[in-house]
Design a protein around this ligand. Structure first.
Ligand SMILES: NC(=O)C1=CN([C@@H]2O[C@H](COP(=O)(O)OP(=O)(O)OC[C@H]3O[C@@H](n4cnc5c(N)ncnc54)[C@H](O)[C@@H]3O)[C@@H](O)[C@H]2O)C=CC1
Ligand SMILES: CC(=O)C(=O)O
Length: 305
């Protein structure tokens, strides 16, 4: 049986917490760590091997160069050229510069797997990775709005006093300010959200709360890590189990929703090869406008790369 191998590129807060989450969920058999900071990466590898020793099965934590990637199934991008403090786009210039050498070098060294991108601004970097890799678009996934969707479900769960897994609500668009919840398709078991508890919900306020949650956490603790680490682990789990579950992630569009040359958060069916199918929702007029705005915003960032 083939061993499942993941590479984490950038073992800072997000990369190390993601590795710890992958270890504890037993999602793969090897995690290869890559970072420019050689002391940090060696230290994390030893600490994480201690954690892995408590797992019932063999799990290898290795330290590699990113070019040692020919046998990797999923390469997870969690590096940054400089962390944002107010807007995710602050990272665009520094990080896109790193990508211009990192991705072609990996491709020259035989990378054949799936790229999973968490680095911000997530949608623009996802698109850039697709362009630089030359891989088919189904092999490129940005974590995108899946974390925002999870946040929205948690906020709604609090409001409605029902488990978040029972709420079918989600966010589409940019992992950033132009994202929006698709209220026209949100329900509890097919029941309109206002009908569930028979109390009118303040939909604008709920969407705002989810949209602002990332920076609310960032302002309080200086970084966000656990939420995105669980998002990364969840996407890897869905790939490795060939789940065919639909998640709202950043996908490269090629005509879906009437757009191309952009990566943006939309619901997509995940299988062992990556994105199996992009689900095309029937947006109402307001949502069509909001989606167009989000596409325009992301295209603006892509143009600046
Ligand atoms: N998509 C999402 O929902 C979230 C995304 N993020 C993003 O994740 C990224 C990482 O955030 P943190 O871990 O907090 O940053 P961090 O600064 O703690 O870690 C970044 C790591 O990348 C390494 N690095 C830089 N250039 C590299 C290169 N060329 N090759 C290998 N390693 C390199 C650094 O040495 C550092 O260890 C940021 O872009 C951040 O905005 C963070 C939280 C949530
Ligand atoms: C930092 C970030 O992108 C988030 O937690 O949503």
């Amino acid at each position: 049986m083939k061993l499942r191998k993941v590479m984490i590129i950038g073992v800072g807060n997000v990369g190390s917490t993601s590795t710890y989450t992958l270890v504890n969920r037993g999602i793969c058999e090897e995690i290869a760590l890559v970072d420019l900071n050689k002391e940090l990466v060696q230290g994390h590898a030893k600490d994480l091997m201690d954690a892995a020793s408590y797992r019932p099965s063999m799990l290898k934590i290795s330290v590699r160069e990113s070019t040692d990637c020919a046998d990797i199934d999923i390469a997870i991008i969690t590096l940054t050229g400089g962390l944002a403090s107010k807007s995710r786009t602050e990272e665009l210039a520094g990080t896109s510069r790193i990508m211009k050498t990192l991705i072609p070098d990996m491709m020259k060294h035989g990378f054949k797997g799936i790229f999973l991108i968490a680095t911000n601004p997530c949608d623009a970097i996802t698109y850039q990775v697709w362009k630089l890799s030359g891989l088919p678009r189904h092999k490129i996934i940005g974590t995108g709005v899946w974390l925002d969707t999870t946040r929205l479900r948690r906020i709604l769960a609090d409001e409605l006093q029902i488990g978040p897994q029972s709420i079918d609500a989600f966010i589409v668009g940019e992992h950033g300010d132009s994202q929006f919840p698709v209220w026209s398709h949100s329900s509890v078991y097919g029941m309109n959200l206002n009908g569930y508890e028979r109390v009118p919900l303040d939909f604008d306020a709920l969407g705002d709360k989810a949209r602002k949650m990332g920076f609310e956490i960032l302002n309080q603790k200086g970084r966000t890590e656990y939420g995105i680490a669980s998002t990364i682990a969840e996407i890897c789990h869905n790939i490795f189990t060939n789940s065919h579950r639909a998640l709202a992630v950043s996908c490269v569009l090629d005509g879906e929703y009437g757009y191309k040359d952009v990566a943006i958060g939309v619901p997509a069916v995940i299988d062992q090869h990556g994105i199996k199918k992009i689900i095309q929702l029937d947006f109402n007029a307001k949502e069509k406008e909001q989606f167009k705005h989000s596409v325009d915003v992301i295209k603006g960032y892509i143009k600046a790369i």
